[in-house]
Design a protein around this ligand. Structure first.
Ligand code: BDP
Length: 730
């Protein structure tokens, strides 16, 4: 993970040195390829702080020798060597001031002798205690946990504090995860393609596993452990039974052994029809005894090779996937069969509530609630219902899913999408923490005020944006979303601003000239995307299939997969009536929320068109008409992107040239495409509203037909439209 300077930047540096006196030339940041993520461990650049850290951390005493404690020790040695400029020696006892002591009470006599019992109780199984205190008469820093994983998380937290320039003198932190399940879901196929991946191919090199272990697996584990992510689902929800065959299980076992020391458990997706496909059974009926026996044997076989296997994620009877309903059985019947097979080993089933059934009985966003609430209380204890943050599908903005709080006898977890399928994929800057924060903090009122979504869940799963690209995430700024997901999974009460601050300091610099502007851009970015793609509560207006670029006109085929179904544009107005006069989806929320959403006077304007069909010339609370308000949101989206571009341009010289140029290029693309979104959408709405654009409004460069006929190349990874960028103007 050591950086290297590119030839080009070395030459540039020599030229600069030759051209001016060394004292007047600030050292340009060394080029970086993004591989190191937020674990860069560059030398602390504040001389005073550096001196304090060096005095506080003079030798490392790790007591205990499990693989996880070794991982903690290795990370501390590696990280501190970079941050402090030289390795700090290991020692077997406290020798002088400045010992860094790490261990659990069971492995470390030093830790066991310290007065940390209360703190350790609060830390729980996976948490940590970080303290500056005197040990054997010497000033020391202690990382204590009740488990190796706790110590490892504490080690990463200490490194984070140093990376972000935090003083350690009065260090007293107890960290404990608020949620037990903190997982990445890889939508990765066995041929290394990805369902919705924008960062190269799948990380898992199945062809060469189990014999060849890519060093990236360990770095992937380190990155996850640094955030407290404790599980990874290796395979796509649209599952392939092949991963359950013995040859693939050997590969899964090899991956599990790399991830295990970092506290990351492996999970798989289970294809419901696997007994038919792998064993030739005539049915996959969950009540059939041969089927049940097959799953029991299969699960036993998995645990023989992966003793800490976490369990299964299942997508059943949705978008054509097989499931228990194929046999007239319920979701609970299906989930419980797998749960029974996993229970003796301590495994869990994460049964997805994302059901897109084959008939279209009702408003699409009502389906999950209607299908699952009658089954509350019917699931085994080791089943969790995995519910997307919103009732539709990972849109730039949706209300929170009404299932949260509505199934009091079923543990729920939330699924977020880190890979930005609907928010500009690899290129657009969209920091998702504000979106997730909005969902996690939403009040369901399930048990009175204060029943936030965060309180109602037991776990968080994020659809990973990690692939084989050198920078892991397809863009430097997309790394922030992996980071933010992990931090929120650990503590869903953290603010987007605090998360952005940490990530920027660790990823770029503690220089306030960098932190301030990058933070402002990052925090504004999601709302910008909402504005230029789907303002005022619009949703699912993306082009068909790849979901890249605008397609508000998409119609034909199955109704509830089209844009026109969701926008309901007509000559009268725009928006989906989900009140009692329409689909009444609003009824699925608890009364105070229901009332707020149902009433035009109280619905948040950000969700207006999600719940209401509004006349083009009707006045909104701002006093402006819907038409005026829409136009101003689209324009605000474009303006924000232009401001982000300028803000980033101002960082030249403060950010290393490679990352500076990459981000700059992507912001240029984003600006062109934000205009594409605005112009295509406004032209389309205008074909219904027949209202003029106000004087001075940036008029679309082309006709509506031009936008409608724009075809993207059939590149499933990144359908860029050449027509847009060739002449620079959409
Ligand atoms: C949709 C994706 C599709 C996934 C589906 C899911 O377009 O590729 O299979 O979600 O969550 O958003 O199952």
């Amino acid at each position: 993970m050591r950086p290297f300077a590119s030839g080009r930047s070395v030459v540039l540096w020599c030229v600069l040195l030759a051209a001016a006196s060394p004292r007047s030339v600030p050292r340009p940041p060394a080029a970086e390829d993004g591989y190191d993520l937020w674990l860069r461990y560059r030398l602390v650049d504040d001389a005073g702080r550096l001196a304090q850290y060096r005095a506080a951390l003079t030798h490392l005493v790790v007591e205990g020798d499990s693989p996880t404690l070794r991982a903690a020790r290795d990370e501390l040695s590696f990280g501190l060597a970079g941050l402090l400029g030289s390795a700090i020696p290991g020692a077997d006892s406290v020798r002088r001031d400045g010992a860094l002591i790490a261990g659990t009470p069971a492995t470390s006599p030093l830790v066991a002798a310290l007065p940390l019992a209360d703190d350790l109780r609060r830390a729980g199984d996976e948490g940590f205690v970080l303290r500056a205190l005197r040990v054997r008469g010497r000033q020391a820093i202690v990382i204590a946990g009740n488990s190796g994983a706790g110590v490892l998380y504490g080690a990463f937290h200490l490194l984070r504090l140093i990376q972000t320039g935090t003083p350690l003198g009065a260090l007293a932190v107890v960290g404990a995860p608020k949620l037990r399940l903190r997982l990445l879901d890889h939508w990765d196929n066995l041929d290394r393609t990805e369902e919705r991946g924008y960062a190269g191919r799948s990380l898992w090199d199945w062809t060469h596993l189990p014999d060849s272990i890519d060093p990236r697996y360990r770095d992937y584990a380190r990155a996850n452990a640094s955030l407290g992510i404790n599980g990874t689902v290796l395979t796509n929800v649209n599952a392939n039974a092949g991963v359950l065959a013995p040859d693939f299980l050997a590969k899964v076992a090899a991956l599990a052994s790399v991830l295990r020391p970092y506290g990351v458990r492996v999970y798989l997706t289970a294809r419901f029809s696997a007994p038919i496909e792998l064993a030739g059974l005539g049915t996959a009926d969950p009540l059939d005894s041969a089927v049940r026996a097959w799953w029991r044997r299969k699960v036993d076989e998995i645990y023989r090779v992966v003793p800490d296997f976490g369990g299964f994620v299942v997508k059943a009877n949705s978008e054509g996937q097989p499931g228990p309903q194929d046999y007239g059985r319920t979701h609970a019947d299906g989930a419980n069969m797998l749960a029974d097979a996993l229970a003796p080993h301590g495994g869990v089933v994460m049964w997805r509530a994302f059901v897109y059934s084959n008939d279209v009985p009702t408003d699409r966003v009502r389906q999950a609630y209607d299908e699952f609430t009658p089954q509350d209380g019917k699931f085994r204890e080791n089943v969790l219902l995995q519910v997307k943050n919103g009732p539709l599908d990972f849109q730039p903005r949706e209300p929170f899913h009404p299932l949260f709080g509505a199934m009091p006898r079923t543990p729920l977890m939330m699924e977020l999408q880190i890979t930005k399928e609907y928010l500009g994929q690899d290129t657009h800057l969209a920091f998702l923490a504000p979106l997730w924060e909005e969902a996690l903090r939403a009040d369901t009122y399930a048990r009175g005020p204060g029943s936030t979504v965060g309180h109602e869940i037991r776990g968080l799963a994020g659809v990973a944006n990690v692939g084989s690209d050198r920078d892991w995430c397809g863009s430097d700024l997309n790394q922030a979303n992996w980071y933010a997901f992990g931090r929120l999974a650990w503590d869903y009460t953290l603010s987007s601003a605090a998360i952005a601050d940490e990530w920027i300091r660790m990823t770029f610099s503690n220089d306030p000239r960098v932190v301030g502007p990058v933070k402002a851009m990052t925090l504004a970015s999601r709302e910008a995307v909402v504005n230029y793609m789907t303002p005022l509560g619009l949703a699912h207006q993306m082009a068909r299939g790849h979901h890249y670029g605008p397609g508000p006109w998409v119609a034909g085929g199955r109704a509830d997969q089209t844009s026109v179904y969701f926008n309901r544009a007509d000559t009268a107005g725009l928006g989906f009536d989900r009140t009692a006069t329409g689909s009444n989806a609003v009824r699925q929320y608890f009364p105070p929320v229901r009332r707020r959403f149902a009433d035009r006077d109280s619905v948040p304007e950000t969700l207006l068109l999600w719940f209401h069909h509004v006349g083009w010339s009707q006045r909104l609370r701002s006093g402006r008409t819907l038409w005026q308000e829409l136009l101003s949101h689209y324009q605000a989206g474009v303006d924000t992107v232009r401001w982000m571009e300028q803000t980033w341009d101002g960082l030249q010289g403060l950010v290393d040239s490679e990352r500076f140029r990459r981000v700059q290029a992507f912001l240029r693309i984003q600006e062109v495409e934000a205009r594409w979104w605005r112009d295509a959408s406004v032209s389309y709405w205008q074909s219904f509203s027949h209202l003029p654009l106000p004087p001075g409004y940036e008029a679309p460069a082309h006709s509506l037909d031009w936008y409608r006929q724009l075809r993207c190349p059939p590149d499933p990874r990144k359908p860029r439209c050449d027509a847009l960028t060739n002449n620079g103007t959409p």
